[in-house]
Design a protein around this ligand. Structure first.
Ligand code: NDP
Length: 249
């Protein structure tokens, strides 16, 4: 899975799955463009990536999104892979909570609107390289999570899954592949950041294999989908959840 001389943009590369993916792509020879708001964390990850570009950017800000693409082209001249990984949720109490619409707007803004925007900006460059996109969704896009406050997150990831298919249809005409990854629980700061009251033991018990994933497992799948070994795969979503969904069924 060599990515020698390939240019890979990863949003949310300052921690968790995005940081693991940045290191793995870099190990395979890629020039890695690392996007996030926390420059200190981005720079710490970048130290482990010999050819990298750190771009401090909020993906929900349209000017920042344009800057991500412009600075990438200025430094590396091309884009081969876009990994739309930045995402978040807020446990806001759900439909009966007091700040539902505020939470809905910020979650949708990061988890779907920013993905659509970055895709439109990267698409002309990806067409030139016959590159591809990997969108990081969640099993929450495929089933309703029975936890107050997760509704906006579930809706955002379901929208992302459908966007992946629609974008694959449109961009496939130009030789660009678009795929999605739907993880179950992954050991990152995500759950703590969202202030969701679920322990890792609770999360393990929700899965058939009684375990949660490490970020590197998700990064592996992202890399496979971005590589030429997946040249026949587009418009697909790949679940990596330790059997959580089938345990529910
Ligand atoms: P982390 O919280 O570790 O990573 C989230 C990343 O998103 C951070 O690097 C953060 O960077 C970045 N980010 C958030 N908002 C913005 C923004 N407005 N602009 C730019 N970057 C932003 O969690 P994970 O690694 O777990 O999450 C990565 C993806 O995986 C998300 O899309 C999440 O929905 C998905 N996922 C995670 C699961 C899990 O259990 N961990 C399960 C299923 C899916 P910074 O703070 O520097 O801006």
């Amino acid at each position: 899975m060599s990515f020698k001389n390939k240019v890979v943009i990863i949003t949310g590369a300052s921690s968790g799955i995005g940081a693991a993916a940045a290191k793995m792509f870099s190990d395979e020879g890629a020039h890695v463009v690392m996007v996030g708001r926390n420059e200190t964390s981005l720079s710490a990850v970048a130290k482990q990536c010999p050819s990298s570009l750190v771009i401090r950017a909020d993906v929900t800000n349209d000017d920042d999104a344009r800057r991500v693409i412009n600075e990438t082209i200025k430094k590396f001249g091309q884009i081969d892979v876009l990994v739309n990984n930045a995402g978040m949720t807020i446990d806001n109490g759900g439909l009966l909570g007091s700040d539902m619409m505020q939470a809905y707007d910020s979650i949708m803004s990061i988890n779907i609107r920013a993905v659509v925007h970055l895709t439109t900006l990267a698409a002309p460059h990806l067409i030139k390289t016959k590159g591809n996109i990997v969108n990081i969704s969640s099993t929450a896009g495929m089933v309703a999570i029975n936890s107050p406050g997760m509704i906006s997150y579930c809706v955002s990831k379901a929208a992302l899954d459908h966007f992946t298919v629609c974008a694959a249809v449109e961009l496939g005409l130009h030789g660009v592949r678009v795929n999605g990854v739907n993880p179950g629980p992954v050991k990152t700061g995500f759950i703590d950041n969202a202030k969701i009251s679920v322990s890792w033991d609770d999360a393990s018990r929700m899965t058939l294999l009684n375990r949660v994933s490490d970020p590197e497992e998700i990064a592996d799948l992202i890399m496979f989908l971005a590589s030429d070994r997946a040249k026949g795969i587009t418009g697909s979503k790949y679940v990596t959840d330790n059997g959580m969904l089938i345990k529910r069924s």
